[in-house]
Design a protein around this ligand. Structure first.
Ligand code: BG6
Length: 255
């Protein structure tokens, strides 16, 4: 395996960061596609990076997904700082409830001893719904919190896997195929050059909001996500810390 070709994980991490033009990344061993413990390791690695930056009173915004759930599982009271607030990055009713951003926020807050807010909104909304919904003062308040987050923790998905999970319409599916979508993050779909080819109208964090976020952690592993990670990292803010596994690293470094 690649772990043997390189002397150590820090060396591998440096190589991956250089290949993706990022300042920093973490590589855990294994392949998240093959074993659940790799996802748990990704969660633990994320928590230890978080511990280095998290401060009293900060707002942490998180997406949904099974990887984020693993991050929540790895949370401990050691992360506890006064007045932390966990907010879902986006509405996401429709997904498996344990993998919804709302549920994950609650779990993180409970484990770290902080507060949380919820954002009840379908994952995918119409333009009309969106315009009306964001006029609600309670929604506005949550959206302001989301956009002013100090820390964002998010997943990255393979485009087609996510499109299927979201029960995307036949029309949009065809568009994704035609445009050669390979990656998904925050409801945006990207081709291998990191070009946005489709966007699901969602309530919450938008891609352009990321440039104001001081600390960003992208957590994704499994060889099946290698293409997606490589594509998304082409447009990811440079302060994104990627937390991934050996299988992804292997795929990306072999080119
Ligand atoms: C979703 C995020 O909930 O999780 C997506 O909103 C991401 O942007 C996905 O692609 C990843 O899911 P998983 O289960 O592979 O961690």
């Amino acid at each position: 395996s690649i772990m043997k070709e390189f002397s150590s994980a820090p060396e591998l991490e440096k190589q991956l960061a250089a290949a993706l033009n990022l300042q920093s990344c973490n590589v855990v061993s294994g392949n998240a596609d093959e074993s659940d413990w790799v996802k748990s390791e990704l969660g633990r690695a994320c928590v230890s990076r978080l511990k280095e930056v998290i401060k009293e009173g900060q707002v942490i915004s998180v997406t949904g997904g099974s990887t984020m759930n693993a991050v929540a599982e790895a949370f401990t009271e050691k992360l506890n700082k006064e007045n932390l607030l966990f907010v879902p990055a986006r509405g996401g009713i429709g997904a498996d409830i344990k993998d919804q951003a709302n549920t994950i926020c609650q779990k993180m807050a409970n484990k770290a001893g902080g507060n949380y807010t919820v954002l009840y909104s379908p994952d995918q909304v119409t333009k009309e719904f969106y315009e009306t919904f964001i006029q609600e003062s309670s929604i506005r308040e949550v959206l302001m919190k989301i956009k002013s987050a100090d820390i964002v923790i998010h997943g990255i998905g393979d485009a087609m896997t996510m499109a299927r999970r979201r029960m995307t319409s036949e029309e949009d599916m065809q568009k994704l195929v035609q445009e050669k979508a390979v990656a998904e993050a925050f409801g945006y779909y990207f081709d291998e050059n990191g070009r946005i080819v489709h966007k699901v109208q969602t309530v919450g964090l938008q891609l352009e909001d990321l440039k104001n976020i001081p600390h960003i952690f992208a957590v994704a592993g499994g060889a099946s996500k290698a293409k997606a990670i490589k594509a998304y990292m082409k447009i990811a803010p440079k302060n994104t810390v990627l937390i991934t596994d050996e299988a992804v690293t292997n795929e990306i470094l072999k080119g």
